[in-house]
Design a protein around this ligand. Sequence first.
Ligand code: NI
Length: 136
Amino acid sequence: MERISISLPEKLLEEFDKILREKGYVSRSEGIRDAIRSYILEHSFLSQLSGDIAGTISIIYDHDESNVLERLTDTQHEFSEVIDSSLHIHLDRQHCLEVIVVRGNSADIKRLLNRLKAMKGVKYAKLTTNVAEIPG
Ligand code: NI
């Protein structure tokens, strides 16, 4: 085993520890190992997607974050070829949930997903698809 040392925002660590307690983990290291495994699994799920796909991208963002609405709108216009529609839900005073229905080239959809994941103010972005390849 390798030992690593990482820096995390206090709040993120608190939330992570809370999950570990709920799940009954006795060791934080084991929880981190499992979290890394699921990160890797998600990546390999995304890398095997090819051809045309259909699905949804769900994002949660903080609308108080500077220009996030404008950046989201710009991005969605840029990817309008693979976006069919979207649904906006005001979660609380500060947070919005948006469900974006996507259909088309998987490489473009993955680029859109990565753009959303990296966007400042976007706290969560997940692609769900049951259609790995649309039958011809
Ligand atoms: Ni909203």
